[in-house]
Write a protein that binds this ligand. Structure first.
Ligand code: MG
Length: 684
């Protein structure tokens, strides 16, 4: 690899009169006078001229599709209640508009028992923590005025367990919602018998089946006369419930529902009883302490599949101590708060009531001006992630929603992007048969590996290889690229909290093909790991140096050290060298030039995967689809300067720059010197 021995802009060299030095945007400065003008210079004549960028003036037209991933609960809190809200977003639209984003993906806006919103209680209304429906409509209108589209996060795999559909479904075998979910008294056999066409016959996994919610006034009787084999008997009753016994001394408790606990009373030797209004989404446990959580105080079922029946003594176990539930179970792949929908046989999925109702809910948001949807967890809807069912289901969903979109007066097709969380592109690509866009997780995994290993030469080949796989499934595929998102350790964390690496990652994201997503806080250099909880990768925006951030939404799990004054929007807007300004500069560049906005990415003849001698270099072209222009994009993924021989490329007009970049002339050929982690983009 050619390395410049000493990376400074101007080497001590004699400047030849009349020599042509390429300077991007400014005239080269003259080198210092030789100390002894009478002496002949010795050795080759070398000049090195700093490159500066002179992009065309931005005309205000957003040519690129760049989406900002925004967490409604932690982006901007307009009323100071500790939760972000619609009005907060509306107030901050100028920030997003100035940055150059063309769309916003909102985290789920619906009512939900979870802060993140992925367990939806009602698909037809907004979460009142975020404001009113009028506030939401106002946000949509204000965004549209700035040329910003609104995409909603939509969850089709499951609802929340507190969704009235689910509560009704489990309350009675006659419920009209009974078959909207996967409910069974004996799932193992029912699945194997093929009673759930959407699960196939081999998809039984005990860990995905959970006790259905049970509600009602109940009498609990503990028989502890033989402490080595205690039992509990539960009966429905009309008796008055017991008054909570705050001062009792018996150490027998029932734990149920959302962290509720009640004390039993001893009614005869070794017999403890309690009547209460029971309401639990998961069942119950018996505890012999209400203050400690270890030491064998927990008594439950001997196995996860054991079910209790009313009026029948149930043997308690404190080794496995699984949750005690009744025989009705439901499938919830992710969590007991998220019961999975049942779309039946995929061949008929579009005819199910639940499919129709969810399409109808999407139609409501389209009528309020929503421009697209981000679909959550789509590889889980049908259990075979690699089967044909999910792509087929998604194509039906897309067509049905697109029909409503056209009916609402739109001439174009609706935008829809799916989340298939998988770094293996061959697993993601078949989903393009169902949807126009799927997040390219591999982009980030590949990029972070490349930067952390100082190896840029394979990057273009990898990305072009991914595109070939998409193309094979959908000619007009959209390639949504990204760094980290709300389910991953922060890009800043993965890149070792290194500002220069984060700047390079931003430059690559915004100069490569595809349609980039920028995740809230990424532009400010947020770091954080999921190890302490997902909240730490979902931190609130810090708008001002000294201002507070909403923390209630994250249960206080906010890293105050990370959110220091320098990581605020205010500080970074004022600092020309900030990460935020790298994002702003390169997003503007992408919006200025069609070649960068949505151009075709191609390999460079010399610097590519076959050139492992210069492995730190990542070089490619971006060519406008209408042939109106071409850019040479150069990055140094290495932590030392590299010198590139770009004979045949035009280095006379640099339009985008990050880091130290210069052009070296040794009296004949010119070479490009890219400082560590530097980027330069040249118009061709
Ligand atoms: Mg608020």
């Amino acid at each position: 690899m050619k390395r410049h021995p000493s990376f400074i802009c101007f080497l001590s060299a004699v400047f030849f009169a009349g020599m042509s030095i390429v300077s991007c945007g400014e005239k080269p400065k003259l080198p210092p006078e030789p100390e002894n003008p009478g002496e002949e210079p010795s050795g080759p004549t070398v000049t090195e001229t700093a490159v500066t960028a002179s992009p065309a003036a931005f005309d205000g037209e957003k040519r690129a599709s760049v989406t900002y991933q925004l967490l409604v609960y932690s982006f901007a809190d307009s009323d100071g209640d500790g939760w972000g809200d619609f009005n907060g977003i509306t107030e901050r639209l100028g920030y997003l508009d100035d940055m150059g984003v063309s769309a916003i993906w909102l985290s789920p806006i619906h009512p939900s028992s979870s802060y993140h919103g992925y367990s939806v209680s009602d698909y037809f209304t907004v979460n009142d923590r975020f404001g009113t429906e009028a506030d939401f409509s106002n946000l949509v209108s204000a965004a549209h005025e700035k040329g910003i589209s609104i995409y909603l996060d939509y969850v089709l795999n499951h609802s929340g367990s507190d969704n009235p559909w689910f509560i009704d479904a489990v309350s009675s075998a006659d419920s009209r919602y009974r078959d909207w979910y996967l409910l069974s008294d004996d799932p193992e056999n029912d699945v194997r018998k093929g009673m759930f066409p959407m699960l196939g016959t081999g998809g039984y996994n005990a860990g995905e089946w959970r006790g259905a919610p049970v509600k009602g006034r109940m009498h609990f009787r503990l028989d502890w006369r033989n402490p080595s084999a205690p039992t509990v008997t539960v009966s429905r009753t009309d008796e008055d419930p017991d008054v909570p016994d705050e001062d009792g001394t018996e150490n027998f408790f029932i734990w149920y529902g959302e962290g509720q606990i009640a004390r039993f009373k001893e009614t005869s030797a070794g017999i403890y009883e309690l009547t209460l209004d029971f309401d639990s989404s998961w069942g119950f446990l018996i505890r012999t302490s209400d203050t400690t959580w270890d030491g064998g105080t927990k008594w439950g079922a001997a196995s996860a599949t054991a079910a209790i029946s009313f009026d029948v003594p149930f043997a308690l176990d404190n080794k496995t101590a699984a949750d005690i539930h009744w025989s009705l179970l439901y499938q919830g792949v992710f969590d007991r708060s998220m019961p999975d929908f049942n779309y039946g046989d995929v061949a008929e999925a579009e005819n199910t009531d639940v499919f129709r109702e969810l399409v109808s809910s999407a139609g409501k948001w389209i009528s309020l001006g929503v421009d697209g949807f981000r679909l959550d967890a789509v590889k889980h809807i049908y259990p075979r992630a690699d089967g044909p069912e999910n792509p087929l289901f998604l194509s039906k969903w897309y067509d049905a929603v697109n029909e409503l979109y056209h009916a609402a007066g739109h001439d174009d097709d609706i935008y829809m992007v799916g989340e298939v969380l998988d770094g293996e592109v061959s697993h993601v690509a078949p989903y393009y048969r169902g949807l126009p866009a799927l997040f390219e997780f591999a982009f980030w995994y590949r990029l972070e590996w490349a930067i952390n290993n100082y190896t840029g030469c394979y990057f273009v080949k990898d990305i072009l290889g991914y595109q070939d796989q998409y193309k094979a499934n959908r000619a007009d595929y959209i390639e949504p690229t990204k760094l980290s998102n709300h389910d991953e350790d922060r890009a800043g964390e993965v890149l070792g909290r290194s500002l220069v690496k984060e700047k390079l990652a931003a430059c690559v994201l915004l100069t490569a093909g595809g349609e980039p997503y920028v995740y809230q806080g990424e532009e400010l250099g947020y770091y954080g790991s999921k190890a302490g909880g997902d909240e730490y990768v979902r931190a609130p925006m810090k708008w001002t140096r000294s201002g507070t951030v909403p923390t209630e939404c994250l249960g206080g799990k906010v890293d105050a050290n990370m959110l220091n004054a320098d990581r605020s929007v205010e500080a970074q807007l004022a600092d020309e060298g900030s990460l935020l300004n790298v994002y702003r500069t390169f997003m503007r560049l992408r919006n200025t030039y069609p070649a960068l906005a949505d151009g075709v990415m191609t390999r460079h003849a010399r610097y590519n995967d076959s050139n492992t001698a210069d492995k730190a270099a990542a070089v490619w072209y971006m060519t406008a689809r209408d042939g109106s222009g071409r850019m040479l994009v150069t990055h140094n993924f290495g932590n030392a300067p590299i010198t590139l021989d770009l004979a045949g490329d035009d280095l006379s007009h640099c339009v985008g720059l990050n880091g130290d970049v210069s052009i070296r002339n040794d009296g004949g050929a010119e070479t490009l010197v890219l400082g560590s982690f530097a980027t330069a983009v040249f118009e061709q």
